[in-house]
Design a protein around this ligand. Structure first.
Ligand code: FMN
Length: 393
């Protein structure tokens, strides 16, 4: 090919790429979005997914491959629930971020995501009463807002009022560590029946101190955590996950709509980057109920929050496009679909077939099986834009 022909071909290819990008902007999930200081190239977020492959709480090198497989240039990823302290753990082999060894182990994993242009937040987690003696230091009882147990777990120890500031400091220190490990920010896990949710919800929180009773008191500790973390790393690097409607881990509130609205208003005042809420239709972690017994919507909560609003729970491609198009959310977090389809943004872009998840491997401990072995689309499937190509490293 002559130099002139080569130049023409390159110009044509460039024009085609520009056209393809312009078309992409017509698909709601692919309209680029500015989330504070972060420029996102699409709206498909990796939902936090516990994968129990961090042996003895230490993140492992194989996590670099797992997250990097799910990274696109300008894509937003939320890491798996990560313990903030020794008392935070509730399952085997979940990662931590409370000691130096954790920070050092996270670094190459975060780097692998950054190398591909991803934006990566660490989900800060304390399991509270969803734990067992063998996950607690010295075999002690797990801690909670209450001493009421949930099934298959030992009775928790009700935290004293004077112990709360230490937990707030633990969250703060964990956030500092996450930034040191290279994460772009943190998501505070106040959902799914774990410690912070155990304070938020009135069917669990039976305290009579300043952390129990009315909405303001029940939200006090979670909001103290948010404020401390925001003070430490800046509110522009802080997101919060809520599930007021979900009953997972026996964590129920009698007025979830009021709880969600109160939290959204308060988070707004804190100036945090995003609010990430699980849909009311998710009656449990993975169980979707579409019989309209759940007549609630996240709209009133979204209305109260001025920052980025992320929704999660049971979304597919069409519903994701719909919720973005009708203004119900800015971003959509995908759990099981992203777990089983490392190249989910590409598949959505091409409307390609999806792999099915294998539930039996969700919480197993193999570094590969059910983790990094889900297949990618065959390279010949469609013309791929480099920004959305997810290549295995
Ligand atoms: C294997 C697995 C692990 C999960 N781990 C977490 C977690 O660590 N933190 C969290 O907030 N949610 C967790 N979830 C919930 C998901 O983030 C998401 O809310 C849920 O899967 C519903 O979304 P989906 O219908 O897109 O899968 C987990 C879900 C699954 C399937």
């Amino acid at each position: 090919m002559s130099a002139e022909e080569n130049k023409t071909k390159l110009a044509e290819a460039r024009e085609e790429a520009i056209d393809a990008d312009a078309n992409l902007q017509l698909i709601p999930l692919f309209i680029s979005y500015k989330m504070g200081i972060f420029n996102l190239s699409h709206r498909i977020v990796l939902s936090p997914l516990t994968r129990t492959r961090s042996y003895n709480s230490i993140p492992q090198p194989h996590a670099a491959l797992y997250y990097s497989q799910r990274t696109t240039n300008g894509g937003f990823l939320i890491g798996e629930a990560t313990g903030i302290s020794e008392t935070a753990q509730g399952y085997p082999n979940t990662p931590g971020i409370w000691k130096r060894e954790h920070v050092e182990a996270w670094k190459p994993i975060v780097s692998a995501v950054h190398e591909k242009g991803g934006i990566f937040f660490c989900q800060l987690w304390h399991a509270g009463r969803v734990s067992n003696y063998n996950h607690q230091p010295n075999g002690e009882a797990p801690i909670s807002s209450t001493d009421k147990p949930i099934s298959k777990h030992p009775p928790p120890r009700r935290l004293g009022t004077d112990e709360i500031p230490t937990l707030v400091s633990d969250f703060r220190a964990a956030a500092k560590n996450a930034i040191e490990a290279g994460f772009d920010g943190v998501e505070i896990h106040a959902a799914n029946g774990y410690l912070l949710d155990q304070f938020l919800k009135d069917q669990v929180n039976d305290r009579d101190d300043i952390y129990g009773g009315g909405l303001e008191n029940r939200c006090r500790f979670p909001l103290q955590v948010v404020k401390a973390v925001a003070e430490e790393i800046g509110p522009h690097r802080v997101g919060v996950r809520l599930s007021p409607f979900t009953e997972y881990n026996d964590c129920i509130d009698s007025d979830p709509q009021a709880l969600g609205i109160y939290m959204a208003k308060s988070l707004n005042q804190c100036g945090v980057l995003y609010c990430h809420v699980i849909e009311p239709r998710m009656i449990s972690l993975l169980q979707r109920c579409d019989d309209e017994t759940s007549h609630f919507s996240l709209r009133p909560i979204r209305k109260e929050f001025g920052g980025t609003f992320i929704v999660a729970g049971g979304y597919d491609r069409n519903e994701g496009n719909e919720v973005i198009a009708n203004g119900g959310a800015d971003l959509v977090a995908y759990g099981r679909l992203f777990l089983a389809n490392p190249d989910l943004p590409l598949r959505f872009r091409l409307d390609a077939p999806l792999n099915k998840h294998d539930r039996s491997t969700f919480y197993t401990h193999d570094p590969v099986v059910g983790y990094t072995d889900y297949p990618f689309l065959h390279p010949s499937y469609g013309q791929l834009s480099s920004s959305l190509r997810c290549e295995e490293k």
